[in-house]
Write a protein that binds this ligand. Structure first.
Ligand code: F6R
Length: 223
């Protein structure tokens, strides 16, 4: 699997934003899966500046923490702040994983499938919150976050104690049913795990390695 190395974070952000833009322009009724975290922030900024018509698009977020959704660091708040409030997307078209998780899966299935899924990668190789050891067949479910993930994400919450320990995540099986997948990563600290995931053994110990089994994945990296 080829990793395309880009020169800067700006280029990473605009390259992925252009893929999303082309998707929505060509198919206004597109169903998109969207990530949160630090990596896609620039992409959302680029997308907002492109003034696209989002009125027919439908989005599903990859994951949410099990926490108060009104908290400023909830993924619901993140998406409102960085994309939804700045575009003409209908709030009713923006879906986050919820319980019962089978009903969220039904919602995706009812939308006739995901056209484009954008992913980040965790320093332990997770995609969405599918931590090492997750089944490649997994579906949307409640998960306990890895110690490494809690530590990594404590930068948003000020301390490990205040960082959520559980989440609802789309499963690897759910993600793999997307027609097209784009994985974005930035920073030296992601290079090693990215290489292991894309060129190493396909194993549930490295959840992102499942992407080697998909025939339409693009991977973009900048340091
Ligand atoms: C978040 C998500 C996670 C992040 C990953 C990287 O919705 O799906 O898998 O993509 O933890 O996060 P950052 O970009 O903050 O390094």
């Amino acid at each position: 699997m080829e990793i395309k190395v880009l020169k800067s974070y700006k280029e990473l952000s605009s390259t992925v934003a252009n893929i999303v833009k082309r998707q929505i322009k060509k198919h206004p009724l597109s169903k998109l899966v969207l990530p949160t975290g630090s990596t896609p922030l620039g992409m959302y900024k680029e997308l907002v500046s492109r003034e696209l018509d989002w009125s027919h698009a439908i989005t599903f977020n990859l994951d949410v923490y099990l926490m108060n959704v009104d908290h400023p660091e909830s993924y619901q708040s993140y998406m409102k702040k960085n994309l939804f409030e700045k575009t003409n997307i209908y709030p009713d078209h923006c879906h986050f994983p919820f319980r019962p998780t089978s009903a969220f899966e039904d919602k995706i299935a009812g939308s006739m499938g995901i056209d484009l899924c954008i992913l980040g990668i965790g320093s332990n190789g997770h995609i969405a919150f599918n931590e090492p050891g997750s089944s490649f067949l997994s579906r949307t479910r409640v998960v306990n976050l890895d110690e490494q993930t809690i530590e990594d994400n404590s930068r948003f919450f000020g301390s490990v104690e205040d960082t959520p320990k559980q989440a609802i995540t789309m499963g690897l099986g759910t993600i793999m049913e997307s027609k097209k997948i784009v994985l974005m990563a930035n920073g030296d600290h992601k290079l090693n795990i990215l290489n292991v995931a894309m060129n190493g053994e396909v194993t549930e110990d490295v959840p992102a390695s499942v992407l080697q089994n998909h025939d339409n994945v693009k991977v973009f990296y900048c340091d």
